[in-house]
Design a protein around this ligand. Structure first.
Ligand code: NAD
Length: 503
């Protein structure tokens, strides 16, 4: 049987590439190549943008109510297809089915937020701002906007962007990860079933060629990116130099502080899920536990017990807690970072290297790993491991914990476990991180707020979805109007900038 080819979605239909370049797509649990994804040529990028530009011209003229009705239908279709979509995500990404459903649920929330677009786009009006003069302001779409997304949330991250871009009247081009591209086509089909006109949602499969084509195309007005820090920085610099609006979310090293007065059982449970869920391949995964000395031995004991109990197997198995990592190369990199920590003198309390899963001997599995007595100079601390590994750093108290986090170049998420309101308040006010949890390990904001980190976790000034998403995908216009009857104009136009003309 020949390997299936995953195509683009241009002008409302699956579209083959004009190049013969492809990338293998694996089932990470079995290690098998299950498909080849098309990689766009520069010509494919032009075709995608041309189609989106034409679609924008009519879509931006749809009434906001009609746009909302498409969003409502898309929401219903998405909710009705959660099981199938979760299966597609799990097969190419490796995450367990319940977690894939979780990511769809978080994306669905953004769709629901975007159905409120008639209210969200209401402008402001100043009656009689000057005598006989009214002023109003409103926001308009940008045009063709692009979203470049990572492998780790093939549904949620495209849904952080596209519902809001589309609801606000833009045409959206998705460039998904070439490692798990099938979910993007499933979403495109649901948009079409929901009645979205052809060309308003486009999928351009590809790699750097597709990305660079979008970054340099004059008709792409804005770029949203989510991925690793080096690429986020590149996207931000390149798109900005082209005069485009850009938001580029990067990598992370999320610290969770455990103070001595915390409920240690609760903290250990939450840390286990936050470190090993989705095999640690989450931008908000907790990868460092910063633990107050006096409770560190007890916490590490409980955490090690919990880590050993995590059921690691293929994501579609009923009893799975954690699946494989995305590729053989990712497994090798994660294992070498674990080795580097051991070589540098840290203590491997639970070692997930060489983890074998019966029936899945060729899968890309790494077992849950707990590394104690990690210090900030170690490579395993400095690097974003992006695997099921938690570093334990021991500290004397809150002040040292905050100092450690604030010295870290990333600032995506952080959390504190404590029973002291005062400690929590000090922490939330002083920590240099964009999203903070108090006894909540993964503080991903609900869709009515916006998501974004600080420092090297985000380049650009707007966060994604929520109110900042609306702002990102629109630009403001202010109208100052007067409707004089000829006889009311008593004097000729004033040459003073703020003179009689408006007072
Ligand atoms: P990645 O940076 O390798 O890829 C992201 C996207 O960029 C993909 O679509 C890819 O095709 C494209 N890309 C890769 N190399 C490129 C290049 N040289 N030039 C142009 N485009 C290129 O990231 P990934 O491995 O898919 O995802 C994991 C990373 O994403 C982690 O660092 C994780 O922390 C980060 N992430 C961050 C957030 C956040 O909200 N801050 C969310 C999810 C993932």
């Amino acid at each position: 049987m020949s390997t299936p080819i995953i195509e683009h979605w241009i002008d409302g239909a699956a579209t083959p590439a004009t190049s013969d370049r492809t990338n293998p797509v694996y089932n990470p649990a079995t290690g098998e190549v299950i498909a080849e994804v098309t990689l766009a040529s520069a010509g494919d990028v032009r075709a995608a943008v041309d189609s989106a530009r034409k679609a924008f011209e009519s879509w931006s003229q749809y009434s906001v109510g009609k746009r909302a009705s498409v969003l409502f239908r898309f929401r219903e279709l998405l909710a009705a297809n959660v099981d199938e979509l979760a299966r597609i995500v799990s097969r190419e990404h490796g995450k367990v089915i319940s977690d894939a459903k979780g990511e769809i649920a978080r994306g669905l929330e953004v769709v629901e937020f975007a159905t409120g677009i008639p209210h969200l786009l209401k402008g402001e009006y100043s009656d009689q701002a000057a005598t006989g003069v009214d002023v109003y302001s409103f926001r308009q779409p940008l045009g063709v906007v692009a979203g470049i997304t990572p492998f780790n949330f093939p549904v949620m991250v495209p849904l952080w962007m596209s519902p809001i871009a589309i609801a606000t009247g833009n045409a959206f081009i998705l460039k998904p990860s070439e490692r798990d591209p099938s979910a993007s086509l499933f979403l495109a089909d649901l948009w079409a079933q929901a009645g979205l006109p052809s060309g308003v949602f486009t999928v351009l499969q590809g790699d750097k060629v597709a990305v660079d084509g979008l970054l340099h195309h004059p008709d792409v007005a804005a770029v949203s990116f989510v991925g690793s820090t080096p690429i986020a920085r590149y996207i931000h610099e390149t798109a900005s130099a082209q005069g485009k609006r850009v938001q580029a979310l990067g990598g992370a090293k999320n610290h969770a502080v455990v103070l001595a007065d915390a409920d240690l059982d609760l903290a250990a449970d939450q840390l286990t899920a936050a470190a090993f869920g989705a095999a640690g391949e989450r931008c908000m995964a907790v990868s460092v536990a910063v633990v107050e000395d006096s409770v560190a031995d007890s916490l590490v004991d409980v955490l090690a017990t919990r880590a050993r109990a995590v059921r690691v197997t293929a994501g579609d198995q009923a009893d799975a807690d954690m699946g494989p990592v995305i590729t053989a190369a990712a497994k090798e990199r994660i294992e070498s970072l674990i080795t580097s920590a051991a070589d540098a003198g840290a203590e491997l309390v639970v070692d997930g290297r060489g983890h074998q899963v019966e029936g899945y001997e060729n899968g890309f599995f790494v077992g849950p790993t707990v590394i104690d007595r990690v210090t900030p100079d170690l490579e395993a601390y400095r690097e974003e491991i992006f695997g099921p590994v938690i570093d334990i750093v021991r500290v004397t108290g809150l002040e040292e914990a905050v100092g450690l986090i604030n010295a870290n170049p990333y600032g995506n998420g952080t959390a504190i476990f404590t029973s002291s309101g005062e400690a929590a308040r000090t922490f939330t006010r002083e920590v240099s991180v964009g999203m903070v949890g108090v006894n909540v390990p993964i503080p991903v904001p609900v869709a009515s707020h916006s998501f974004g980190g600080w420092k090297q976790s985000l380049f650009g000034e707007t966060h994604v979805y929520g109110p900042e998403g609306i702002k990102f995908y629109t630009r403001g216009k202010v109208v100052t109007q007067r409707w004089p009857r000829t006889r009311d104009v008593a004097s000729p136009a004033s040459f003073h900038f703020s003179g009689d003309a408006t007072k």
